[in-house]
Design a protein around this ligand. Sequence first.
Ligand code: GLU
Length: 304
Amino acid sequence: MDIKEILNSLHTKIKSLPHQGEQATYIPELLTVDADRFGVYVANLDLTGIGVGDYEQAFSIQSIAKVLSVSLAYQLCGESIWSRVGVEPSGTAFNSLLQLEADNGIPRNPFINSGAMVICDILITALDDPKEDFLTFVKTIANNPTLSYSTQIAESEKEIGYRNIALCNLIKSFDNLNNEPDEVLDFYFNLCSLEMSCEAVAKLFLYLANNGTCPISGTDVLTLSQSKRINALMQTCGFYDESGEFSFKVGLPGKSGVGGGIVAIHPDQYAIVVWSPRLNAKGNSYKGMLFLEEFTSLTEQSIF
Ligand code: GLU
């Protein structure tokens, strides 16, 4: 079977399986999305690509954006960022206050909420107009001027984001934020509200399959070594406390978001994005995980 046939048959098969899990309820605006949406896009390094289902429909990429924010911080500030945030899997929920307290306000990695907040703080210090400059960074890599934040999603999360507000204040109390929690949270909620289609995310993330340079726009996002390290972090920390499971079953570096999207990278080959909004108990897309497991099995294209 060629890749197109595999994508089509897997899409048909997994879409028709009984539903499991539910959408994230703590961001009420996410519940306005049709939970039955299911899209997939594979973007290849030679700039060919194949989409199936709802691959052109924009969705809330949520934590997938944390790969982009840590990439920009790494580009701007180099290795110094690792004194403020760790590189270890958390093994606990992505919004754990207990672990942050035990770790004296140094988040385990840049993909859990507290870690992404520290990265936001680093970017606020480094950029003139953080929200605008970050968006320009993403648009430039993707060569896609239409990308934007969703004000509704950001406001919806901010309104009842009590746990994230608590996390941010706890980091501040440990002196690991240079800016005020309100400003950090505003940037964080906007970052998470970025909306993109499977196709747009897959093309954007090709820089991680291409040693740090995006083949779409020719933008040098990261050095070779930095790109290797971000992929390593995605492999070990990209799926909350289910990172081992994803690595075990799929065998690719990846990152999920509570909007139901998952991006996975095959270095030197492709980036694949799956979007299916219902989440399993760990907060990862239930059908997205199943799809990627079968995809790398059938194509025999994991990194291992
Ligand atoms: N905005 C979400 C939060 O802060 C992102 C979580 C996620 O996608 O993992 O909780």
